[in-house]
Design a binder for this molecule. Structure first.
Ligand code: FE2
Length: 398
C-alpha cells in the first residue's frame, strides 16, 4: 500500500501539470498561501555600481512592490518601482527587482521595501490585499572614484549554506564594497526554495541588506530542472564588466565543463557558442577606454583559464580566453572550480597574469579570499576555514 502510494506520488510529481506550462507562468501563478501575506526573503542588494543599487526580494504570494528611500531614516521621500516594459510596471509576481538610479556618490541611503498582495486580478478589477513593509535598512552608495576598494570572494559552496556565515565570520567587520560569488554555490538547480534557503537567506542574514553581492554562474548552476528559472532571482549571473575605484572588473561565465553533446545535457545546451560570443565581447572590452585606462584589471571567472584539467570546458576557456587575458595585460584572475586552493604565479610563456583559485566545498578545504586595491597595488589574501592565510599575492602597478 505504502509502496504504491509512493510510486503514485512520484508519478504525479513527474507528470504534474506544472511541468507543461512555461517557467514564468509557473512562478507567477503558484497557488496562494493562506497564512498571511509575508516577505519570503530579502531585501538583498546587487549592483554594478555607477551610482545605482538594485534591491530584490520575494514575497510568499503574488503582489506589487516598491521601495521607499531617502538620505535620512525619517525622510524616505523617494519612491522607486520595478522596471516598466512596454508601459507595464513589473508586478503580479512574488519576485521583486527594483533599481535605484542617480544616487549620490559616497552617500548613505535608508530604505524600506513595500509589497501589496494581489488577491485577484480580473481584466477590469484588481483586488489588493494586505500591504507589508520591511524595517528601515541602509546602504552606502559606493563612490566609484574612491581611492581604495575592497571585496571578498567565496566560491564552490555547493549547497552548504552554513559556509557563508562561517567564512564571512573569519574576516571581521570591515566594510566591503561588495561580496563576489564565483560560481557553484549550488550543486544543481531544483526550485525556488533551494535558492532562498541555500543562498539568499544566509546572505540576507549576514550582509546583503546593506552590502551588495555580485554573482557569476559556475558549471553547476547550469544543471537541474530550475536552471532556466534561476537567473531571474539575480540582477545578472552571466558576463559583465564594471569599474570601481582603480579597478576595471570583467566577469566571464565559463559555462559547463563537459562537451555540449554529453548525454547529461540531453541536447539542450550550447555552451560552445556562448563562450565564443563572450570571447568576442571580451575582445571589445579589452579595447575599451574603461579597460585600458584603469590602473588595474581583474577578471572573475569560475572555471580558471588554465590549470583545471583537460575537460572540454576548461580547454576551451584556455583557448578562447587566455590569449585575450594576456593581450589585455590583465593584472589578476580569480577563479574556483578545482576545489583546491592555489596561487599560480604569472608565467611569461603561459598565463601572463597571476591566477588565484579558491577551494571548497568541504570543511577543511573551504576558503574566503580578501582583495584590496588602490592605485598602486592589489593585495590578495586567501584564508582557509580556520582563518589561516593559505595564499597571498600582491600585484604592483606596472
Ligand atoms: Fe565548478
Amino acid at each position: 500500500m505504502e509502496n504504491s502510494r509512493r510510486s503514485f506520488l512520484k508519478g504525479s510529481l513527474t507528470l504534474g501539470a506544472a511541468s507543461l506550462i512555461t517557467p514564468s507562468v509557473a512562478l507567477a501563478t503558484r497557488p496562494r498561501v493562506d497564512d498571511g501575506f509575508k516577505f519570503a526573503v530579502g531585501p538583498y542588494l546587487q549592483t554594478n555600481f555607477n551610482n545605482s543599487m538594485t534591491i530584490l526580494w520575494l514575497t510568499n504570494n503574488i503582489g506589487a512592490g516598491w521601495v521607499e528611500y531617502g538620505e535620512a531614516p525619517d525622510q524616505l521621500n523617494q519612491k522607486a518601482f520595478g522596471k516598466a516594459e512596454l508601459g507595464l510596471i513589473a508586478a503580479n509576481s512574488k519576485l521583486n527587482m527594483i533599481t535605484l538610479s542617480n544616487l549620490k556618490p559616497g552617500t548613505k541611503y535608508y530604505y524600506k521595501i513595500v509589497s501589496k498582495e494581489i488577491k485577484s486580478f480580473q481584466p477590469y478589477k484588481l483586488v489588493y490585499g494586505d500591504t507589508i513593509s520591511s524595517e528601515i535598512q541602509q546602504f552606502v552608495n559606493t563612490d566609484v572614484n574612491k581611492a581604495e576598494i575592497s571585496f571578498l570572494m567565496m566560491n564552490d559552496i555547493h549547497d552548504r549554506p552554513e559556509s557563508i556565515p562561517h567564512l564571512m565570520g573569519l574576516v571581521g567587520n570591515e566594510k566591503q564594497d561588495f561580496i563576489f560569488f564565483n560560481g557553484d554555490i549550488f550543486d544543481y538547480q531544483t526550485d525556488e526554495k533551494q535558492i532562498i534557503d541555500h543562498m539568499l537567506q544566509p546572505c540576507v542574514d549576514n550582509f546583503a541588506r546593506h552590502t551588495p553581492f555580485v554573482y557569476v554562474r559556475g558549471n553547476h548552476e547550469t544543471r537541474g530542472k530550475f536552471a532556466r528559472d534561476f537567473p531571474r532571482y539575480y540582477m545578472h549571473v552571466g558576463h559583465a564588466a564594471f569599474t570601481l575605484g582603480p579597478v576595471r572588473f570583467v566577469i566571464l561565465d565559463t559555462g559547463e565543463d563537459k562537451e555540449d553533446s554529453h548525454p547529461v545535457y540531453a541536447n539542450i545546451v550550447n555552451f560552445d557558442d556562448y563562450r565564443a560570443q563572450q570571447a568576442e565581447w571580451l575582445k571589445t572590452e579589452i579595447e575599451s577606454k574603461a579597460f585600458r585606462k584603469a590602473p588595474f584589471r581583474i577578471v572573475l571567472m569560475h572555471i580558471p583559464p588554465r590549470f583545471s584539467g583537460d575537460a572540454h570546458g576548461p580547454k576551451q576557456c584556455t583557448e578562447l580566453f587566455e590569449p585575450l587575458l594576456n593581450k589585455g595585460k590583465v593584472d589578476l584572475v580569480l577563479s574556483g572550480h578545482t576545489h583546491r586552493h592555489m596561487v599560480h604565479q604569472p608565467d611569461k610563456n603561459l598565463n601572463h597574469y597571476p591566477l588565484i583559485i579558491g577551494g571548497g566545498p568541504k570543511a577543511g578545504t573551504r576558503t574566503i579570499t580578501k582583495i584590496k586595491a588602490d592605485a598602486n597595488k592589489v593585495v590578495v589574501s586567501m584564508l582557509d576555514d580556520s582563518g589561516k592565510e593559505v595564499g597571498a599575492y600582491t600585484a604592483m602597478k606596472k
